[in-house]
Design a protein around this ligand. Structure first.
Ligand code: ADP
Ligand code: MG
Length: 729
């Protein structure tokens, strides 16, 4: 019998870094090479079409059919020049990955010849076979069809031999079926609300965009080794495995140089990213062994979301060429740091001002403080929605796991800004005296340094931290689609800014207050009423859990708990007020999230049961038999003396039996609970059952399996071990 683990290790030890041929062009020349962007428009499109696309991007204007034909024809010509033979509507269904259905440009002309065809109709709309994407019942209730529609704000690109057209995905009756539709709606709402508030300070502002710079963490595992782990291959994480003697204690990986094989992978990934217009900039090791990060420059949020989804696709494609499996799971290895996807977020005006960056003058700083304080208030009022936006079966293993942000949402702002808010909290009621204003201008608002970056203490334990000129939402999971977090963040910001504007206007119109004084007055109240969300201490500590409880902050540790807020009346009202989701869409999403959770836990339960019974138990039996042989042999040779000589072996034989017994009985109990859960009608109750009755067995089963791993002869153990998965480079 061969041991699959040893076979895989042999393959792995022989691996060399894959050669990456550095393109002859400079990196900067590669940028956007395969993107149908403005620089290409000029060569391929008539002026009229260029203007139409521009207006669609800038002002959301509709593109008429004739112009769409022109654009399609330009896109086709350009794509064919890049070697494309097919086109696809590329979209982001609620499954968390991307979807595409390829169609050929090729079309028989009917007279024995053929031509390459692609017109405005094909560009604008496509009907993928939608029945296989989750819809939370929307399509069943209404119409069994969904279609994709071109999103001109995100440029088309050629990947391999396919022209990919970013699209939204909606049901035949117009309900959102993807991650992108609500995002676009939320971005529009925050644009309106933020523009109005920004105009308090500068009348030239006509548009505010949301910016996003994500940081993608991931693990690389050698493919041959990964293949020996059914759990890693199918669930994306290992469900058992004893800790290696060495983990990440020494932090030598973070500061060490990037291993050669990983570096080759990163180089190729960067080249591919640049060609597709993803402005990747940094790459480095992360805290855990074989954990890395890639991050681009920030971009407009919709584009950044598309680019992150595209990156996740690319990562897998490039990884397989380098004989790696890229692991995007939030917590692939219990006991080792998990992976997140920090979402750096801000708002920027069309006049080029970052609204969360301090400026040079008291006025620009008052603008900064306005957006800064409103963000804190938005998070305070809607912390549960933010928590729900990052909830997933995967992320449950990471949040609150001692090295990841806790499941408690709080905001970190640093010592300096805390003192500024403390001062502002004391401004007088009503119109401010001239002295008070001078004091504020000179010594508080006016003094905020333009570069706060160096002043912001780096609190790595906060789920939502201000980092000098942006907020960093750190609790987002590494495998998540950022659209979810970005939709909620921009939605709650839109809501808060609307309220803020109304309150300021009210004071000015009805209380005879000067605009600046009104702003100070409202900000003062916002600071007071959002205080409990601010936390500057160690977010990983047990003290914080207690303190947060005292403050009345929620600590939803599991997805089913975290998602319940989606059922609240207020939630629906908020989504409806901003036209982001209607009741059918919101309900559908709640259902889809629950179903996804249930399926994940169900699949993990099956895999774990299978590995425990079919891999671990048989191996343990084999080893136990070896021990029994040994004891028998000792008895044969030494007669009655054997008992003393075989004492340890006999103990081990018994221990192995105990663990096997425990595994078998726990797998049986888990299976029974699963069966029971499956009979529950309502998804929310079923999710609760999976969470509270099925999942707890995972730890029990794992415990005994991991004990067996360190008892059984290494040569017999079929599952690649932690040290091999994490330290093979
Ligand atoms: P780190 O957090 O790793 O120390 P930086 O502070 O330089 O690194 O930035 C992290 C990320 O924040 C980068 O991806 C960057 O593009 C992004 N970022 C910087 N400014 C903004 C902004 N105004 N809006 C959104 N993201 C931003
Ligand atoms: Mg960061």
């Amino acid at each position: 019998m061969t041991n699959v683990r040893f076979e895989a290790l042999k393959v792995t030890f022989d691996r060399r870094p894959v050669e990456v041929t550095e393109p002859t062009a400079k990196r900067s020349d590669l940028y956007g090479l395969n993107v149908f962007g403005p620089s290409v428009f000029r060569n391929y499109m008539p002026k009229e079409a260029q203007v139409a696309v521009n207006d669609a991007i800038e002002q959301g204007k509709k593109i008429d059919r004739k112009v769409a034909d022109q654009i399609a024809s330009a896109m086709k010509a350009w794509a064919i020049s890049k070697g494309a033979t097919h086109y696809t509507h590329w979209f982001q269904p609620l499954t968390g990955t991307t979807a595409e259905k390829h169609d050929s440009f090729f079309e028989p002309a009917g007279d024995g010849t053929a031509l390459e065809k692609f017109d405005g109709g094909q560009l604008v709309q496509q009907e993928p076979d939608a029945s296989s994407f989750p819809s939370g019942g929307i399509r069943n209730t209404f119409e069994a069809r969904g279609y994709t529609a071109w999103d001109p704000t995100s440029p088309a690109f050629v990947m391999g031999t396919t022209l990919c057209i970013p699209t939204i995905f909606v049901s035949y009756t117009g309900e959102a079926l993807d991650n992108k539709v609500p995002l676009l709606r939320a971005l529009q709402s925050v644009d309106h609300a933020a523009t109005e508030v920004a105009r308090f300070f500068d009348k030239n502002v006509n548009k505010v965009i949301s910016t996003l710079g994500w940081e993608q963490e991931y693990f690389l595992v050698d493919k041959a080794l990964a293949m020996t782990r059914p759990d890693l291959m199918m669930a994306g994480r290992v469900l058992l495995g004893h800790q290696a003697a060495k983990g990440q204690q020494l932090e030598d990986h973070y500061f060490g140089s990037i291993p050669e094989r990983a570096l080759a992978y990163m180089r190729e990934l960067e080249i591919e990213c640049l060609k597709l217009g993803i402005p990747v900039k940094t790459r480095h090791n992360e805290v855990a062994p074989n954990q890395f990060e890639v991050a681009p420059l920030f971009e407009e949020a919709n584009l950044a979301v598309d680019h992150n989804s595209l990156l996740m696709d690319l990562m897998e494609k490039v990884a397989s060429r380098h004989n790696f499996k890229v692991v995007l799971h939030e917590k692939p290895f219990a006991g080792i740091n998990g992976s997140g996807k920090h979402n750096n977020w801000s708002l920027a005006t069309d006049t080029g001002v970052n609204l969360l960056g301090p400026g040079k003058t008291p006025k620009s700083n008052l603008q900064f403080l306005t957006f800064f304080i409103n963000t804190i208030k938005a998070v305070h009022d809607h912390a549960d929605l933010l928590r729900a936006a990052i909830a997933s079966a995967n992320n449950d293993h990471r949040l609150g796991a001692n090295e990841a942000p806790p499941a408690i949402i709080s905001v970190f702002i640093g010592e300096y800004l805390t003192s500024v808010l403390d001062e502002l909290e004391n401004v007088s009621d009503g119109n401010l005296s001239p002295e008070e204003k001078t004091e504020l201008k000179l010594n508080v608002v006016g003094k905020i340094p333009e570069i706060l970056l160096d002043n912001t203490d780096r609190n790595r334990t906060s789920p939502f931290a201000f980092t000098g000129n942006k907020f960093e939402f750190r609790a987002v999971g590494s495998s998540a689609n950022c659209a979810k977090a970005m939709t909620v963040l921009n939605l709650i910001m839109a809501e808060q800014l609307r309220k803020f504007k109304d309150q300021v206007d009210d004071l000015v119109d009805n209380k005879n207050m000067k605009r600046d004084d009104a702003i100070f007055n409202v900000l003062r109240e916002l600071i007071k009423s959002s205080k409990k969300i601010r936390f500057e201490g160690d977010g990983y500590s047990d003290d914080w859990v207690k303190e947060a409880k005292k403050r009345g902050l929620n600590n939803f540790k599991t997805t089913p708990e975290a998602l319940k807020v989606l059922k609240a009346k207020d939630t629906l009202a908020l989504y409806e007020r901003h036209g982001v989701l209607n009741s059918v869409e919101l309900e559908a999403r709640y259902e889809i999230e629950l179903e996804e959770y249930i399926k994940k836990v169900q699949i993990e339960g099956r895999i774990l049961g299978d590995i425990a019974r079919n891999h671990v138990i048989p191996t343990a039996v084999k080893y136990q038999n070896k021990l029994i042989e040994n004891v028998k042999g000792l008895k044969e040779i030494f007669g009655n003396e054997y008992a003393k000589l075989a004492e340890e072996q006999i103990k081990l034989i018994k221990e192995i039996s105990e663990h096997m017994g425990s595994i078998i009985s726990n797998v049986d109990k888990m299976t029974a609970e699963r069966r029971k859960a499956n009979t529950i009608d309502h998804a929310d109750k079923r999710a609760d059952a999976y969470c509270n009755n099925v999942k707890p067995y995972f730890d029990e089963i794992r415990y005994s399996c991991d004990k067996l791993e360190i008892m059984v002869d290494d040569e017999m153990w079929p599952l690649t071990k932690y040290r091999e998965l994490l330290f093979t480079r």
